[in-house]
Ligand binder design. Sequence first.
Ligand SMILES: [Zn+2]
Ligand SMILES: [Zn+2]
Length: 209
Amino acid sequence: MRCYCCSSKSFDECCGPFIKGDKHPSSAEQLMRSRFSAYATAHYQYILETYTKEKQQGLSVEDLAQSAQGATWFALKVHPTLAASSVDSLVGNSISSTEDSSIDSTVHADAKVEAVTNAEPISKTNLKSISKPITKPNNAIVEFTAYYFENKSMYQLHETSNFSVEDGKWRYHDGVLHDDCGKIKYGRNLPCVCGSNKKFKQCCATKSR
Ligand SMILES: [Zn+2]
Ligand SMILES: [Zn+2]
């Protein structure tokens, strides 16, 4: 069976080991996905433990179970992030530097092309070796939409969440809800929100109770 978080992997190869405590998520997105899967499988202890310490203080497993009662979480969409921004800015710099090449443009252009093609693998290696000790981030943002049924109606929760590393482990801190949260109508003949390529009515709509 495909993982609850709608990845292409099975639950045992995706969120399962995180929820069981066999492995720790190595990114904020993995943690977010595993928290969704924990909601889908009612593992509220895991939800509690994966909050930052500060947020755990006002929460209990009972609170979490109660607030999730009646909701059937059935699909997750993770929105693209700006993870590649460092590479983009490198490319951007090389392009903007061509603006001063009004004299002897052909020679310059060739030199630039060579510089760019040469520079890329070198800068990538540099980024890799440098980024480990210096720029390993302790904070990250993930934007997602989670879908659930409640009283046979469909809802979406669209959130941009803040994650931090505490004691070497990713933790959920808080999030900002977007304006489009709430009850939605989704066409039964449209492709399912879970990304299965099936029609909604033949896929997740059958999980509505
Ligand atoms: Zn998963
Ligand atoms: Zn589906």
